[in-house]
Design a protein around this ligand. Structure first.
Ligand code: CTP
Length: 446
């Protein structure tokens, strides 16, 4: 543990893992920092993934250590210098957090997140952290897991040196997820979701101690949200949790994201979404089924989860998690759609009547209805989604013109009535369609 020079030169390995333009940028960053007497380190997920030999993301986290320059935190001054050298980059500065981001779209998408080495304190659980400049050692200590608290030095005098102050390398070798300190999950419960996501994605085991800390933190948040209500959760927690859920629910294989949700449920951590949420067998079945319909992984899968809650709780949680407006609307419409469809389908309807009924609801809402309502409702809505709504009328507007009808609002009415008769099996094929139209809508006299 400490500063480690690996046999294999890490800068060489990094060069092989990055595009030529990304390599060039890191060299530029290092040289700008050296000329100002600062140290720059690659940190976080990129170091973890490099050491594991898996593909790096297009977004690299850099920590800059050194004194301010003319009152500017070094990460911001360095990002501005780089932006001056390459004005094609998009620069964003976050003065309050002493960080800056530079993004390029060409030749390949790439983003550099530059952070001034800092320590963080949480004024209360799950608050947005307060930051103050510090050393790399304290910057690494503020992080979530040992495997994410590794750094590679990019600047002289020790370029390529690995900084491992918390045993991250050993944990990487042993496939272990371990938090840096016992307060980590209380400070930031999204770390429970991150730990589970890494465990499922990398096939690593969360230590027994951490599982117990995760359970305790989940219980703490269940009580907190229960008392205060999910609407008054600590600022920032909802949006951070929403982002983590997006990463988790869009994980590549079904096995991974379902396993991750299951693990979170066992730890009691789904309470962070809403304290009333229950990981029922019905919800698990719905999520498996959701894979088979065209529901988008994000935010569709989260809509399925939130739909389990009572109407007010659904809306509270969706707002707190910063779901897109469209999702809020789906969840809001769901209760009304279900009431209407379930009531009507109790009595006999023809397919054309069902189409009129279903047309008022978006496909996403109908997908939620099918997942939640097995039996006849599911069959009817599913038929609508996959067959009836996709069936065109057997004649087109051009056919109507050739039959002597004048273009206008009547065209639409004729085609709708014709489609209804086709769906109900009263009309089959083109010849029957023509006679149907002629008998129901007498053509204008020439
Ligand atoms: N981090 C943290 N606590 C969080 C989020 C992030 O300590 N709640 C730290 C970790 O050191 C992490 C780094 O910030 O490695 C960068 O975070 P992020 O880019 O969100 O994640 P990665 O670790 O890069 O993981 P992934 O590749 O899966 O996004």
């Amino acid at each position: 543990m400490g500063r480690v020079t690996l046999k294999q030169n890490l800068l060489l390995q990094l060069g092989q893992a990055l595009s030529p333009s990304a390599q060039g940028l890191l060299r530029q960053v290092a040289s700008l920092a050296e000329s100002r007497g600062w140290q720059v380190y690659l940190v976080g997920g990129a170091v973890r993934d490099l050491l594991l030999g898996i593909d790096l993301k297009q977004d690299l986290d850099l920590t800059v250590e050194g004194p301010p320059l003319e009152g500017l935190p070094p990460a911001i001054a360095l990002a501005q210098a780089l932006h001056q050298q390459d004005p094609t980059s998009r620069l964003q500065v976050y003065r309050e957090f002493q960080t800056a981001t530079l993004a390029w779209h060409q030749p390949t998408p790439l983003a550099l997140d530059l952070t001034t080495a800092r320590r963080e304190s949480y004024p209360y659980p799950a608050a947005n952290p307060q930051v103050e400049p510090s050393t790399l050692a304290l910057d690494l200590y503020r992080r979530d897991f040992t495997i994410n608290a590794l750094a590679i030095c990019l600047t002289s005098p020790h370029p390529g040196e690995l900084i491992d102050l918390h045993g991250g390398l050993e944990d990487l070798h042993n496939h272990v997820i371990r938090a840096l300190h016992p307060g980590s999950f209380i400070e930031d419960p999204t770390r429970i979701y991150r730990g589970v996501r890494f465990s499922c994605r990398l096939g690593f085991a969360i230590t027994v101690t951490d599982q117990s800390l995760m359970r305790q933190a989940s219980q703490f948040y269940r009580q907190l949200l229960h008392r205060a209500g999910p609407g008054s959760r600590p600022p920032g927690l909802g949006s951070r949790l929403g982002m983590e859920l997006e990463c988790l629910l869009t994980m590549t294989t079904n096995r991974q994201w379902l396993a991750a949700l299951n693990q979170l449920a066992q730890l009691g951590a789904l309470a962070c979404i809403h304290p009333d949420l229950i990981w029922s067998t019905s919800l698990q079945r719905q999520l498996r089924l959701a894979n088979r319909c065209a529901l988008p992984p994000w935010p569709g899968r989260l809509e399925v989860i939130l739909a389990q809650l009572a109407t007010t709780a659904r809306a509270e949680a969706a707002l707190a998690l910063h779901l897109p407006q469209e999702s809020l609307r789906h969840l809001e419409d769901l209760a009304a759609a279900e009431a209407q469809l379930v009531n009507h389908l109790g009595s006999w309807l023809t397919p054309s009547q069902a189409v009129v009924l279903f047309k008022g609801w978006s496909r996403s809402v109908l997908h939620l209805v099918t997942l939640r309502n097995p039996g006849p409702v599911r069959r009817w809505v599913w038929n609508y989604l996959t067959i009836w709504s996709q069936t065109p009328p057997p004649l087109t507007g051009q056919d109507l013109l050739e039959l002597g009808y004048q273009p206008g609002p009547q065209f639409r009415e004729i085609l709708e009535v014709l489609l209804g008769a086709t769906l109900d099996g009263e009309v089959q094929g083109r010849t029957e369609a023509i006679s149907f139209v002629r008998s129901h809508f007498p053509p204008p006299k020439p």
